[in-house]
Write a protein that binds this ligand. Structure first.
Ligand code: PLP
Length: 451
């Protein structure tokens, strides 16, 4: 990249190590420096305008210029910019938010524990479950079952739960005790002549076998996203969650719903769990919880999880886990205001309505070469590209087509995200039908350019 000395681009290359980036390639191509946002749009440093059709990282529900969130942050900063929640201390914003989340939960819940990121939340979940097993006198009950292509974060524990090669390779992950069962992607994993329902039955049988093989009393929990996000936007096949839950219930194994992407309206329901009749014991939330204006995440648990843990904290004298910024007052105030906006403006209903329109229009891309599959629900979708429509093999090096489509969409003024050869679309919940049309129309022009 030709960069002027001392330009933001040159200084970024010089000083900034990026997450999820090929560090050597970054020195050649440099950064796309974004400058400001307005509604569903962001502007780069040259003034070019884009629809942020990934809502950042699946997260900016209310758009990029919501003054009410700014105001909520400023007011809380003036009043009490920081306090912690250790050892019996608390503050209004954390109390209000915990109460609100429990009221919003689709199933009865007992307590909320705050963290700063989805990864920390899933790390916390693993520690809660281990602590619980010890508390119940079942120290052998420590294994967690996750899924291939599931995404749960990148810390040592949550990165182990994640079922993607990039998150394990050269990091010496996953940790022992994390097991990965099959990904519920019918189009890719379904067998010849198999119905969706039969595919779901096969996955439930695989889960049953895994539990039997490992020993039911060694399994602490099963974790899954209602709709997989970063693993390629995988909408579960018909009957999947019903069958999976039946297996877990039979063995009395707790279920964790990772709602970090699905939560707060993304699927057209407040939580993805509602869409699929999931009855989780633990729910993990982040991203749209604050529209990512500030970092915050939460673990919500029912009494079955909380009570044995509470007993153990009493025996030990404390719960030896927590973050300096757990329940940060400014983040909590922003989250409350964000949830108020989502409710007052009917953004969940809007996501259902605009999402249905966007999904229907996106499906028409299925007939174009080199599209393999178009999938999604509500305001989360993906277009997967293939080199060979019969074998579904990639064109050349995996990820080539995806990267090309992402670049072609950027030329069209739309920011999407290539996950290998799958291009994800996940616009803010405030996206209108006309803006959804702009996104789909851009795909119509961009896809032939990568064919
Ligand atoms: N869980 C899910 C479902 C996610 O999509 C993500 C992030 O994309 C995480 C957890 C991790 O969250 P964070 O990046 O805030 O650590």
């Amino acid at each position: 990249m030709d960069t002027l000395p001392n330009s933001p681009e040159a200084r970024d290359i010089e000083y900034h190590m990026h997450p999820y980036t090929n560090a050597r390639r970054h020195q050649e191509v440099g950064p796309m420096v974004l400058d400001r946002g307005e509604g569903v749009h962001v502007f780069d440093s040259a003034g070019n305008r884009y629809i942020e059709a990934m809502a950042g990282l699946w997260s900016v529900a209310v758009g990029f210029s919501e003054e009410r969130l700014v105001e909520a942050a400023v007011q809380q900063m003036r009043k009490l910019p920081y306090s912690h929640s250790f050892a019996h201390r608390s503050h209004g914003p954390a109390i209000d938010l915990a109460e609100k989340l429990i009221q919003m939960a689709p199933v009865p819940m007992s307590k909320v524990f705050f963290t700063n990121s989805g990864s920390e939340a899933n790390d916390t979940v693993m520690k809660l479950l281990w602590y619980r097993s010890n508390a119940m006198g079942q120290p052998q009950r420590k294994k967690i079952i996750s899924r291939l292509r599931g995404y749960h974060g990148i810390t040592i524990a949550s990165g182990s739960l994640t079922g993607l090669p990039y998150n394990h390779k050269s990091f010496d992950l996953p940790l022992p005790g994390v097991l990965h069962v099959g990904c519920p992607h019918f189009w890719r994993e379904g067998q010849e002549g198999e119905s969706e329902e039969a595919f779901a039955t096969r996955l439930a049988a695989e889960l049953e076998e895994t539990i039997q093989r490992e020993g039911p009393d060694t399994i602490a929990a099963f974790i899954g996203e209602p709709v997989m996000g970063a693993g390629g936007v995988v909408v579960p096949p018909k009957g999947y969650w019903e069958k999976i839950q039946a297996v877990l219930k039979r063995h009395d194994i707790p279920l964790i719903a990772d709602e970090v992407i699905c939560g707060f309206g993304r699927t057209g329901r407040m939580f993805g769990s509602e869409l699929y009749g999931i009855e989780p014991d633990i729910m993990v939330m982040s991203k749209q919880m604050t529209s990512s204006y500030l970092p915050m995440a939460a673990v919500m648990m029912n009494a079955r999880i909380f009570e044995p843990i509470a007993d153990e904290t009493h025996r030990i004298g404390t719960f030896g886990h927590g973050f300096t910024a757990s329940g940060h007052p400014v983040a909590a105030a922003v989250s409350m205001e964000n949830i108020r906006i989502i409710e007052e403006r009917g953004l969940v209903e809007q996501a259902a309505r605009v999402g249905a329109h966007m999904q229907a229009r996106l499906r028409a891309l299925s007939d174009m070469t080199p599209v393999g599959e178009v999938r999604g629900v509500g305001m989360i979708a993906a277009v997967e590209l293939v080199g060979d429509p019969v074998t579904k093999a990639p064109h050349g090096k995996p990820g080539t087509l995806g990267a090309a489509l992402q670049a072609a969409m950027q030329d069209e003024g739309i920011l999407v995200r290539a996950l290998g050869d799958t291009v994800a679309v996940c616009p803010p919940l405030i996206t209108t039908e006309t803006q959804a049309d702009e996104i789909v129309d851009a795909f119509h022009r961009a896809i032939p350019r990568v064919a």
